[in-house]
Ligand binder design. Structure first.
Ligand SMILES: NC(=O)c1ccc[n+]([C@@H]2O[C@H](COP(=O)([O-])OP(=O)(O)OC[C@H]3O[C@@H](n4cnc5c(N)ncnc54)[C@H](OP(=O)(O)O)[C@@H]3O)[C@@H](O)[C@H]2O)c1
Length: 280
């Protein structure tokens, strides 16, 4: 079984560990590293994984090293573990989950010939329902890219994309659960405004979002067809949909995703400038 290191086990690192261990990955093959010992202890207790506070120790002997620290820390951590990773036998693949940070910058930080993959996941992988996009660097062979994809497929769908698509992917996958949670939250408030008790409104809103998601997962499902199927002529649903369209819902998503993709590109540009100037 593949040995895995997860460096920086915050929200996305923990989502990965939770999803993998729930999917049957043996915790004995997973090492996580964090700066704080109490966080490490918490992760060991929760998932049975080995937890350390030294990133290079975590990366020692790992076949796949997931970098799950914030984008502004990713290149520094890559440099920190580079020697260990390059000495590993068999060779490790480093899978960065950082928004914006480019393959070129990661390869430069890791040293010539390093096998680096960019992954843009999302937190539903906690419950095995994530969607991850992968773009492999130039030193990653098919076998190594397949190994990362196979591991991630145990916690949800995996899509291969060109690196140039990664900022758009961040807007459609990495950040999208938050938009949908906001929609659910707004529905709850709307239900309360209509006179429902908050717990009833929460149950109805969460159930509707989850149920719609399950329908979308069915083979051949198309969102436009599904929406049309619940829109009777002159009925209640079209009355609501008309309000959403007149309030500019589609335009809001165009603008929101553009802002997200722009921010992802900015995060990468900042890291590359820092790398060039040698700043910490
Ligand atoms: N959250 C998402 O939904 C999501 C989705 C897609 C991609 N991502 C990407 O995932 C990455 C992590 O995001 P996140 O939301 O999980 O952030 P987070 O919750 O802040 O987790 C980052 C973790 O890294 C630890 N850390 C910081 N510096 C470290 C170091 N030098 N060595 C080892 N560990 C260190 C932090 O520990 P401390 O608590 O000690 O600071 C924290 O536990 C980002 O690059 C982000 O772009 C996130």
């Amino acid at each position: 079984m593949t040995s895995i290191a997860v460096i920086g086990c915050g929200k996305i690192g923990e989502a990965l560990v939770a999803g993998l261990t729930a999917a049957g990955v043996d915790p004995a093959n997973v090492t996580v590293s964090n700066r704080r010992e109490e966080r490490s202890a918490e992760l060991t207790e929760r998932y049975g994984v080995t937890a350390v506070t030294d990133n290079s120790e975590a990366a020692t002997g790992a076949e796949i090293v997931f970098l799950c620290v914030k984008p502004d820390k990713t290149l520094a951590v890559a440099e920190e573990i580079a020697e260990t990773v390059n000495d590993n036998e068999p060779t490790s693949t480093v899978a960065s989950m950082a928004a914006g940070v480019t393959l070129g910058a990661l390869e430069a930080a890791m040293g010539a010939g390093a096998a680096v993959v960019r992954v843009m996941p999302n937190t539903p992988m906690t419950v095995g329902k994530g969607v991850s996009a992968i773009a492999a660097g130039r030193y990653v062979d098919d076998e190594a890219a397949d190994a990362v994809a196979e591991l991630l497929s145990s916690v949800g769908d995996v899509v291969r994309v060109a690196e140039s698509d990664m900022d758009a992917v961040t807007a459609l996958a990495g950040s999208a659960p938050a938009y949908l949670f906001l929609v659910a939250e707004a529905l709850v408030d709307a239900g309360v405004s209509l006179g429902l008790r908050r717990e009833v409104a929460t149950q109805l809103a969460a159930g509707s979002v989850a149920g719609a998601g399950a329908m979308l997962e069915q083979e051949g499902a198309d969102p436009a067809d599904l929406r049309a199927a619940v829109s009777s002529p002159a009925g209640t649903t079209v009355a609501a949909l008309r309000q959403l369209e007149e309030s500019g819902l589609r335009g809001m998503f165009f603008r929101a995703t553009e802002a997200c993709a722009r921010r992802s590109a900015e995060l990468g540009a900042v890291d590359e400038e820092d790398e060039g100037s040698g700043e910490e």
